[in-house]
Design a protein around this ligand. Structure first.
Ligand code: HEC
Ligand code: HEC
Ligand code: HEC
Ligand code: HEC
Ligand code: HEC
Length: 141
């Protein structure tokens, strides 16, 4: 399925093979491909971390792309004393856009929702999720 989909994408967008792809990564430029977020962020639905794609993955479409550091910078990051799991939120029917906004509309990813305690707790109140300290923090261990 994945391979077939990729072949279709490549056939339609052969131009990508020639175009220089060494500028900054833009979600918006990739939006017409209608890729799933998990095509690149393979952990986002089933694992704690969403993860980032490797340069090798980019090279399936941009074979001549130079090495680069991915990500170039981090946008969302909680401190080590906070427990956060993507899988847990996707299972509870939260969607990427609830926390990250319309990413495919963005040239560069900008924060759509803060990762402060208040921002987390606000949504937990709204959706009747837990507000207990030890759900998000390991206490006294
Ligand atoms: C499934 C195929 C595919 C994958 C995977 C992919 N790209 Fe692209 N990329 C494209 C297409 C199609 C375009 C649009 C080409 C155009 O507009 O001429 C594009 C455009 C770009 C551009 C803009 C080029 C320009 O001319 O402005 C950059 C930079 C880029 N990609 C980087 C990346 C990086 C970095 C990765 C890996 C994280 C990646 N791409 C993964 C298909 C892909
Ligand atoms: C073609 C691959 C690709 C697809 C598809 C893709 N992303 Fe990304 N995403 C990237 C890359 C590459 C970066 C890192 C950009 C950089 O280097 O600055 C990134 C960064 C992000 C970040 C910033 C994370 C952080 O903390 O730094 C978020 C959030 C994100 N993507 C969400 C999404 C969502 C939501 C979707 C689907 C709507 C999506 N992405 C689809 C490749 C992709
Ligand atoms: C309930 C809010 C929420 C939802 C829903 C959510 N994220 Fe995140 N995302 C976060 C937070 C918070 C972080 C920072 C996590 C950390 O630092 O451990 C993050 C980090 C990321 C990152 C950076 C890499 C990483 O693993 O930390 C990417 C990429 C990302 N999210 C993509 C996605 C995609 C794709 C979806 C949908 C499938 C999604 N997120 C759904 C809140 C969310
Ligand atoms: C868009 C709304 C939303 C946001 C924003 C959000 N959450 Fe959640 N969170 C939920 C929902 C819904 C659940 C699932 C509740 C359930 O299944 O009972 C949940 C569950 C959790 C759980 C599991 C709780 C348990 O019962 O074990 C943790 C931990 C958690 N969230 C941490 C965070 C942190 C940390 C942040 C901020 C960085 C955050 N959440 C932001 C909606 C959200
Ligand atoms: C839904 C998740 C969530 C719940 C519930 C939660 N916290 Fe937090 N807490 C966070 C996040 C996210 C941060 C900010 C981490 C950061 O800055 O990256 C934080 C930060 C903190 C800090 C550090 C403050 C600072 O200035 O950095 C303390 C102390 C703290 N929380 C205590 C508590 C206590 C006590 C409770 C229960 C009343 C609680 N938390 C409930 C998510 C949560």
């Amino acid at each position: 399925m994945m391979v077939l989909r990729l072949m279709v994408i490549l056939a339609v967008t052969g131009a990508a093979l020639c175009a220089g792809a060494d500028g900054p990564f833009s979600h918006r430029k990739h939006a017409p491909l209608k890729l799933k977020c998990t095509f690149c962020h393979t952990g986002a639905e089933k694992q704690e971390r969403a993860l980032f794609p490797t340069v090798a993955q980019c090279k399936t479409c941009h074979p001549t792309m130079l090495e680069r550091r991915i990500p170039s910078a981090r946008v969302y990051k909680v401190k080590d004393f906070v427990m956060f799991s993507h899988a847990r939120h996707i299972a509870a029917k939260a969607e990427c856009r609830d926390c990250h906004g319309d990413v495919f509309g963005m040239e560069r990813v900008v924060p759509a929702r803060a990762t402060t305690m208040i921002a987390c707790v606000d949504c937990h109140k709204e959706r009747h999720a837990t507000q207990q300290c030890n759900a998000c923090h390991e206490l006294g261990q």
